[in-house]
Write a protein that binds this ligand. Structure first.
Ligand SMILES: [Mg+2]
Length: 215
């Protein structure tokens, strides 16, 4: 079974982000060159979130993160099927944010193999770590995966959305989906490598090996 990468903010859950948090998130990568940067978190070493810290900002208070419907259920089902689940986020790997993130994952019973934080280039991380597919809400992330021939699901969900998924013809490794229910139903088709895109609402799955035999 392959490795599935899942983003946190605006993919697994929504969380109010302040301007200062956005700045901090960007600032952590300012000094880095193009080198891949990330930290693998040892969840056993994460400290508890201090009650006072929780009140500083919503990002530090796991109780304020709102999970998308079916997100946790889908991730846990994939884990139980044997997929390796890597949670890959650009959230800064600094103590209070790590604590809040780990606390939320534990409190909500999310099953996963690795938690990667402070990741500045998910495309490169996926390539180097043989990730089969990443679910992420950020277009740029999906494009950087597409460039490397790695599949992704561009999650454009709202808390209520039940829209059908659509496909961007210029980026064959990206499938756009609007709810975790759709992801649950169609993820198998996305992992099976690229198919020939025929219309807005569907894709034909082409077994690449069979195709090359025919040619
Ligand atoms: Mg995100």
């Amino acid at each position: 079974m392959g490795i599935i990468g899942v983003d946190l903010d605006n993919t697994m859950f929504t969380c109010k982000r302040s301007f200062s948090y956005m700045l901090m998130n960007k600032f952590q990568f300012l000094r880095s060159d193009d080198k891949l940067k990330y930290k693998e978190i040892d969840t056993n070493e994460a400290k508890e979130v201090h009650p006072i810290i929780k009140n500083f900002h919503k990002i530090l208070n796991p109780a304020s993160y709102k999970a998308y419907p079916e997100a946790i259920e889908t991730i846990n089902a994939l884990y139980d099927q044997g997929y390796h689940i890597y949670i890959i986020t650009s959230r800064p790997a600094i103590s209070p944010i790590v604590s809040a993130t780990v606390a939320w994952l534990k409190e909500n019973g999310v099953k996963f193999d690795k938690l990667i934080m402070g990741c500045n280039n998910k495309g490169e991380y996926a390539k180097q770590n043989k990730v089969s597919l990443i679910i992420d809400d950020f277009d740029k992330t999906c494009k950087s995966l597409d460039k490397r021939g790695i599949d992704s699901i561009l999650f454009k969900g709202t808390l209520k959305s039940k829209k059908k998924f659509t496909i961007n013809k210029k980026t064959p490794h990206i499938t756009i989906m609007h709810s975790w229910n759709t992801i649950k139903e169609h993820i198998g088709e996305c992992i099976s490598k690229i198919g020939e895109v025929v219309e807005e609402t569907g894709r034909i799955l082409v077994d690449q090996q069979n195709q090359s035999q025919e040619i």
